[in-house]
Design a protein around this ligand. Structure first.
Ligand SMILES: Nc1nc2c(c(=O)[nH]1)N(C=O)[C@@H](CNc1ccc(C(=O)N[C@@H](CCC(=O)O)C(=O)O)cc1)CN2
Ligand SMILES: Nc1ncnc2c1ncn2[C@@H]1O[C@H](COP(=O)(O)OP(=O)(O)OP(=O)(O)O)[C@@H](O)[C@H]1O
Length: 239
């Protein structure tokens, strides 16, 4: 995995190589104990620089996305849904009984609820994520069109039921993405924590215009299985 410095590395950041000085890098540690995360395994200055750079990128990408028309967003969502069908057919030809986690769109995210509704008709079990506890992995609850909802963390609507399911596939909405399969989200680290704890197939969904040269992957960032935009499948990981 390539680790790069952000462009704004300050004093004490560039050239230091603190990674590898610990017996167990955090990516392996997370497999042993999913909640384990060692902030000392990365250079503190570099981690701060990356966090600052990501915050600025998020703001710009979110502002650009918000400026799109509803028609542009709907066209993008329809094209993303077509590419997702292609990916699902490759990975899970029989979708019946499989749990597919989407998301309830916020902040101009492509609305893939119609796609989830079609999967429901085909016998799959759609699910939506919920932040049940801050700084913990997401939980997933079954959902179907018309299901009763309530407001969750950040006011995001979540299914009112208290059941939890284990997704076979998880859609991870992208604020930004890069050609190596890495994702920039809203900065809570929720998807990374979720994917570290369990390994469902994770497909990133977002706009082509949200592509960055790199997101400067950090030890906690987990590569997605695929990235899908309105231009089709943009990244495929090795199975
Ligand atoms: N539609 C949708 N639902 C989703 C997600 C998503 O990305 N999209 N999530 C995907 O994970 C989860 C919610 N993610 C969240 C991510 C960050 C924060 C949050 O509190 N952000 C802080 C900034 C954090 C920081 O920069 O340190 C904030 O904006 O104040 C809340 C929820 C679950 N549901
Ligand atoms: N596996 C993990 N264990 C503990 N903390 C983590 C883990 N993954 C990420 N974090 C924390 O979350 C913070 C935010 O991570 P990051 O910038 O990658 O968020 P994001 O992927 O954009 O957010 P989200 O997935 O919620 O949309 C990191 O600085 C890190 O401290």
């Amino acid at each position: 995995m390539t680790r790069m410095q952000p462009p704004t590395t300050g004093p004490g950041g560039a050239g230091r190589d603190d990674e590898g000085g610990f017996a167990s890098p955090p990516c392996l540690a997370a497999r042993i104990a999913p909640d384990y995360f060692d902030p000392l395994a990365v250079d503190a200055q570099q981690a701060r620089d990356v966090a600052r750079w990501r915050k600025a990128q998020r703001e710009e990408l979110l502002a650009r996305r918000a400026a799109l028309s509803i028609a542009q967003r709907q066209a993008a969502a329809a094209a993303i849904a077509t590419a997702l069908d292609e990916l699902l057919a490759e990975h899970l030809p029989d979708i019946r009984g499989r749990v597919v986690a989407g998301y309830w769109p916020i902040r101009s995210e492509p609305d893939l609820r119609p796609w989830l509704a079609r999967l429901h008709e085909r016998g799959a079990i759609p699910a939506l994520p919920e932040v049940e506890r801050p700084a913990s992995p997401l939980v997933f609850r079954p959902w179907h069109p018309g299901a009763a909802m309530r407001r969750g963390h950040w006011n995001i609507p979540v299914p009112a039921n208290t059941e939890t399911v284990k997704p076979d596939v998880v859609l991870a909405p992208l604020v930004g993405w890069d050609g190596s399969g890495y994702r920039l989200g809203y900065g809570g680290g929720y998807f990374d924590r979720t994917l570290a704890a369990r390994r469902p197939l994770a497909f990133g969904t977002g706009l082509q215009a949200a592509r960055l040269a790199t997101i400067y992957p950090q030890p906690h960032d987990i590569r997605l299985a695929a990235i899908v935009t309105e231009c089709g499948v943009q990244y495929r990981g090795r199975a």
